[in-house]
Design a protein around this ligand. Sequence first.
Ligand SMILES: *[C@@H]1O[C@H](CO)[C@@H](O)[C@H](O)[C@H]1NC(C)=O
Length: 948
Amino acid sequence: MARDGGSRLTAVCFLASYIWLSCSLQRHSLIDQPRLSSFLLLFISGAAAFAASLFSKWLPGADGRFDSEAVLKGMQSSMPHRPRRFYLPCIIFLIVFRLEIIHTVINDFQCTTEGIEAFLPVLLAAHEFFSHRTPPVVSDEPEDMWGDPLEDFKNWLLSSPITLLFSTVLFSYGVFMLGDLTPRSTYFCSTLINKSSYTVLMQWLGVFIDAVVLIMLWRVLSWARTTKSRLRTLGGILILASIGVSALWLSTRISRHHDIIGHHPFKGVGSLYFFDVFSTGLLVSTLIISTALWACDATVLEPTAIATFTSGMMGSIQNVLLIGTYLQPSSGPTLAALSIISVGFIMFTYTNDMRWIVVFKRVFLMALLICIILTSVIFAVAKHKMVDRHPVDDLVYKNRVEADRWLRHASVSTTLKLAVAEYKDRHNGRDPPPNFDKWFEYARKHNSVVIDRFDQMEKDLRPFWGMTPQQIQNGFEKLKGLPDIGIITIANGKASHNRPKDIYAEAVLEETIWIIMPFAEHLPDMSIAINMKERPRILVPWDDVHRLTMAGSQSRFQLLPNRLRPRRGDDSALPESNLMDASRALPGSAAQPYVSAKKFRQLEALACPPGSAARGGVQWDVRDFCTSCVKPHSQGQFLEDWEMFLDPCHQPDIFNLHDFHTTPHLDDLHQDLLPLFSRSKTDSFSDIIIPINNIWAFLEVEMTLFDKKKDIVVWQAPARESRAETRQSLVGGHRHRLVHLVNNASAADEVTMLLGVQADGKTKFQYEQTPTKVANGPLPFEFSFTNSEPCEDANCQLLQREFGFEEARKALDYRYVMLTDSADGGPAHLLPTLRSNSVPVLSSIFREWYTERLLPWVHFVPVDLRYHALHSTMAYFVGLKNRGPINDRPQLTTARLEDARWIAEQGRKWADKAIRGEDMAVYMFRLLLEWGRIISEDRDDLGFKLPE
Ligand SMILES: *[C@@H]1O[C@H](CO)[C@@H](O)[C@H](O)[C@H]1NC(C)=O
């Protein structure tokens, strides 16, 4: 059937909105409130359909023209059967039911099978097959009239319903195959709390309902007389369905109101959500309206098939481009899927008699597909699949050079004069703080190797230059009244604290005072608020931090004396108003602070710059590995850039993968920039890092030589530290995923490993897919939860059943010690491990004062929080030779013990040189000098000047 311009426009609208939607749906704040979102989306679409009906004159299939044609075609049975009366309520009910299914499926998304939705066209084709519609054979193709017998046979074959069904099955299966090729994340489907077969059943039921709804809707709309009435019917159905969903939404809201108690109104969350709803609403309406118009013009199978084919092609091309990397280690299945989809779809266009596929002529599409397949084959062959050098080899080498560079950059100055010049250089010409000479002398006396480089400190303090000292003071007053805040006061060269009742807090403050004492006489008077909780607490939206940072860096250039003072008049942008807002929001701060994990993640997203991946909402797809999330900080499979890795803004998937994000935040959380000093934080937070409370840090460690230690990778954590409070934290928490991966991998789990192969008499490396169970076999992992207490509560029993417990071991007897965070802070044993001749294998998202001083692959072995390279990385160090087969062949790569030994040694030496107690004091001294200046009224005049 020849398509006129109008229907082609419909098809273009359909395809554009479909592609856009499927790309943008990956990350959405919509998913946080599924029912509310469905209601709003349905409502917007319904309203849009009504609005479109006003312009029906300009839409394809407009009144009159199409209808007479359709009546004519109806004679030729291209119209569907007449709809029955009960169809309308049925459709509405099924839409609501279908949305509920999506809701349950997304809750256990890691248990789903990818690609089941690709079988929707098959169901529709089957319907066509069984509803005995004789498809128009010759009448539509006048040029085929003079065919020879062979041509006749071809025509028969092409137009037979069996071929239609077969071709649909073919390309749908091709699209389904893609699901197998997508790398999975380590977020796992627990056999205890998730029901994987139930989820898959739900998926199938969902696809079935999709087909039923589409067919019924198609019938109803096709029998509407005009486009106008068609759109009105559609609008009515959507609005009624939205009312159904909203009823459900209200009922759950009422039954779950406890979740809402204790929430402070946070700023910024709502606007993000409504922007998403609005933009998605427009896309969804375009999609629904164009599908409806298109389907009435042809069949409902056509748009569905094209959508499935488009998804399949996009996925295949993406996969082809990844051939040769660790994400698509083998090219065979990728190319096979591409070919099956192409062949199947071309057959489909013949049997369904489609001359035009959206804007392409069929012949053109065919030529294009052949080109794509040929190019892909050439590309796959050309892409080198073996590497000569192990990437870790490169990384170790590169980072040794980097470590030298770092040290040179950190210790440029040998004299005070140089140090002052260097300081000005690095701070846009600002003088060092008063008493800088005392600090310099102190640092030299204690052999501090780091003299010039305090990036973390500078980054933490920078936004405070954008606040007036009075505002900072107000913030401090506010903090003073909050629970779990320790106050240290320095007055007349003496330091004291506020004697908290908690003995642990008191010990920490006592220790801090003890560090400050030796240089307290050089410090200006001040009081600082210290966070006694482990979790950081100042989570300021990015826009505010950015504005303050800009304001702070501007004031430096205003050299006119009368402009030195912070100007009250145009400070409206500064957060004085915010401070007031916040105090209103926290009445007396007496309410139990509770921020649900979901809310917490939204707030963290707000702390990322606009346009960054994390700002766009939380990643809901926990099943698939997020390739774009790891790319910026990785080289191939391996973690390259640790500083980048600590920044969550390009990796929204991390919000599902760490207990810090998946458990509720139980301390009060502030969205205003308050001057709070904390021991550790993640990059989203604006607490100021202060070197305190390192009770484990400087313990004596027993020194065993590296070679005397056991050649095993060990990881243990007490079960009581790990509270599986939410479903997400049991199956997504960083410790649980780790233990599952190593001890409880299911038969379907797979990892990609970089394995050695013999080629031309040399050892080369290539990525290979292996079942995780097989990969775990040869590697000496001893990972477990430990428990020394009676296991009575439900949480402990759940952990025991899911992961099992083992005896606690002495970690430092092992060569490789894997270190992970707790739910609230970084690994407590990092420094002792560093100084013990063992190799720290570190996977952490927190920063402490010394984090910037530790370099990956030099002082420790970095492991991505997703653990996708854990096997490859450890195989490099411990070797696979004589350890057992992987992928049915004995492995020959030998251990790189010399690298492991070197890292262990470097770590120890560096810790003894740059992360000593003395270095902590040097850091503290400098921090307090800087702080003393920031909070003083005449801070722009203050500064250390060298005597002439
Ligand atoms: C996981 O592995 C541990 C130790 O190997 C075992 O005790 C536990 O039962 C396993 N859990 C499941 C759910 O299979």
